[in-house]
Ligand binder design. Sequence first.
Ligand SMILES: C[S@@+](CC[C@H](N)C(=O)[O-])C[C@H]1O[C@@H](n2cnc3c(N)ncnc32)[C@H](O)[C@@H]1O
Length: 213
Amino acid sequence: MTYNKKLTSLACVLFSTALMGNNLIAATNPAALLPIDCMANAKIYPSRDYALNVWPKDSIVAEVGIFRGEFSKKIIDIVQPQKLHLLDINLEPFNRTNITGYEEKTQIQEGDSSTLLATYNDGFFDVIYIDGDHRYEGCKKDAVEAFKKLKVGGLLVFNDYTHFDQFACRPYGMPYGVPAVAHEMLLDPSLNLTISYLALQPSGFYDLGLLKN
Ligand SMILES: C[S@@+](CC[C@H](N)C(=O)[O-])C[C@H]1O[C@@H](n2cnc3c(N)ncnc32)[C@H](O)[C@@H]1O
């Protein structure tokens, strides 16, 4: 390869890397820096399954976005909620065997999660697990509605709290918004939320649990 050709190919690599970087940055909503006070009592757990051990037992729980129901089964096994509300816009993938034996304590609803959440009384839930629409607008609607429906002392948990989702942001064609939404909620003094825990996951898609004070 001549010197000129080498230079041209290096320039191509640098240009495409820069272009890709810009796309990726543009596809992720930046999350605001948080103050230390909101994490003063935060715990860190090895996984989201482990974190289920700190959810209150015999509680009223909602899982927003359930897909096949595999995490719903873990909630049932570990938390044993008094009532589990499962919400998803599409129940086709849901595998009912995941709630076997718990049918009477489970309510399953199909529809847009923020619209469904709005039908509950304020202060109804002990825990709301948000894992539906991960785009900024959808996640924000869920979070705002969920906050109202949560008891004081309740947990608002954001799944897929990741600052960079290389898989989801492009197909969605909209900025990925989970951390931006979670941080906005934490920074709103009228909500009085603090971080209860960060649950790690090997994939880097963490859970952030917020306490409603
Ligand atoms: C990542 S999956 C949930 C996985 C599940 N929580 C688990 O941990 O196994 C996201 C789910 O959110 C649902 N979803 C997306 N947008 C939604 C919306 N606006 N309302 C309700 N559900 C929605 C999808 O249908 C999908 O089943």
